[in-house]
Design a binder for this molecule. Sequence first.
Ligand SMILES: [Zn+2]
Length: 147
Amino acid sequence: MTESKCECGLAPVLRTALTFQNMGKRFWGCPNFLTGKPCKFFHFILGDKVIEGKARDLLLRLKDKQLRFQSENERLKKENNDLMKARADLIKGNDDDLMKENARLLVENGNLLHENGVLIAKSESLVKKIKHLEKKVKRSERICIRS
Ligand SMILES: [Zn+2]
């Protein structure tokens, strides 16, 4: 290796080529390789031979499989994130609905308590009136008996 840092100023990483032409050859490359950064740092290790034949075919198939798994994994991660978000929204929505219902029930409860108080007062007033009337009746009965 001639340079100790790539064009990004980072320490290069050792990788293994998985292409048809260079299968199995190791190289020093930029850590930002495949991230879109335009760093051209790339040095093959001298003396590594290309893997050919059945081994190369197998490695190419494994590389394809790995890429498919990676893409499936990304899709599942996204799906999982969407589901987690939907779940959080659902829980939040339910909480909001329950808070509203609770507030409505509290108001209703307050109204019923007030109504109950009014009815108790009316009931007590009626009991007084009845007692008063009962006394009047007894008095008039006494008056009737005497006369
Ligand atoms: Zn770089």
